[in-house]
Design a protein around this ligand. Structure first.
Ligand SMILES: *[C@@H]1O[C@H](CO)[C@@H](O)[C@H](O)[C@H]1NC(C)=O
Length: 310
């Protein structure tokens, strides 16, 4: 929890950004608490509940739970915008050609779901952490982004990946090669760690690197923080970062509010607790509880004070 202290440091070293306040969005799951797929009316209830904070949400899959077909009519009815995802992932890590099957399946689903709802689509992300997992290279991912951008000419198309893959040059090809697509990046961000690798440092490092390699392409590139959050009571600790509602509120009021004040658009992970989720195994090999990342509970109740101090 060192984000507050690092804010002034990060500001001093920050790349030039627009001075306007950043836009807050939410990662939104596609399942109800009991594990059933959300319907259009479930999304409408989410939107009614979230609209005091935001009218922008991010989803991940083109086919799981028929997310695009179900969410786009709800977004139109309630005045929301949605980031849609195309999943690009090897089903079998020994056969990377299985990446293509997942891409084609989700791409086909978006071609069916989007027409008539273009105004509800804030952007499309092609792949989520494909560079981080090693499922794609910069050039191969760029080709997939180009295919989607060519299909949806009025929509911004890009990718989401781990901040360090933007900072270390793995993603450089996305920002340097001539393209018809508007490269657009969405970074996921790990929890702040006690080693000094913190939220503001990570964002600043990745954004500086992208702006440096993009050069004159910089004004075509939109950078957003794709995921940031903190688990509340019942969640799993990550090294010195302790799950808890008090810490989550502190992270919101310093990290999230600070990043918005700095002018960065971000998606809070996530809008609601996902009670159906099984534990995952974290980087440290320990079981991680993923049910308590919601800003609000699964039945849409507020957990803590989300008024920004600035
Ligand atoms: C909520 O947080 C804001 C910003 O820090 C503060 O001004 C306000 O007094 C808080 N409200 C309550 C009820 O604690």
């Amino acid at each position: 929890m060192r984000t507050a202290g690092l804010l002034s440091l990060a500001l001093a070293a920050a790349p030039a950004l627009v001075s306007a306040r950043g836009t807050l969005g939410f990662s939104l799951g596609d399942k109800n608490a009991d594990g059933s797929c959300k319907s259009t009316s479930d999304y409408e209830a989410d939107f009614d509940n979230l609209k005091d904070l935001s009218t922008l949400v991010r989803t991940y899959s083109g086919t799981e739970c028929d997310t695009p077909q179900n969410i786009l009519p709800a977004a139109k009815n309630k005045g929301f915008k949605v980031v849609l995802g195309i999943w690009v992932g090897a089903q079998d890590s020994s056969d990377l050609s299985t990446n293509d099957a997942s891409f084609q399946k989700d791409f086909a689903a978006l071609k069916t779901a989007i027409p008539g709802y273009e105004d509800q689509v804030e952007a499309i992300t092609v792949g989520s952490e494909t560079l981080y997992r090693g499922d794609q290279t910069g050039p191969s991912l760029h080709n997939y982004i180009g295919l989607v951008a060519n299909q949806f000419k009025s929509i911004t198309v890009g990718t989401a990946d781990s901040w360090n893959k933007f900072a270390d040059g793995t993603a450089d090809d996305l920002f340097t090669r001539d393209t018809d697509s508007a490269p657009w990046s969405l970074m996921s961000s790990p929890m702040p760690l006690p080693t000094g690798r913190t939220y503001f440092d990570d964002m600043s490092g990745a954004m500086s690197h992208i702006q440096k390699v993009a050069g004159s392409n910089s004004d075509k590139i939109r950078i957003l923080n794709g995921e940031t959050g903190w688990p509340t009571d019942g969640g799993s600790d990550y090294e010195a970062a302790k799950a808890g509602t008090t810490n989550a509120q502190t992270f919101w009021q310093t990290g999230v509010c600070g990043m918005l004040a700095w002018g960065v658009d971000l998606f809070y992970f996530e809008a609601y607790d996902e009670s159906w989720k099984p534990d995952s195994v974290g980087d440290n090999g320990e079981a991680m509880d993923e049910k308590h990342w919601g800003l609000r509970t699964a039945d849409r109740q507020t957990k803590f004070n989300t008024t920004c101090p600035y």
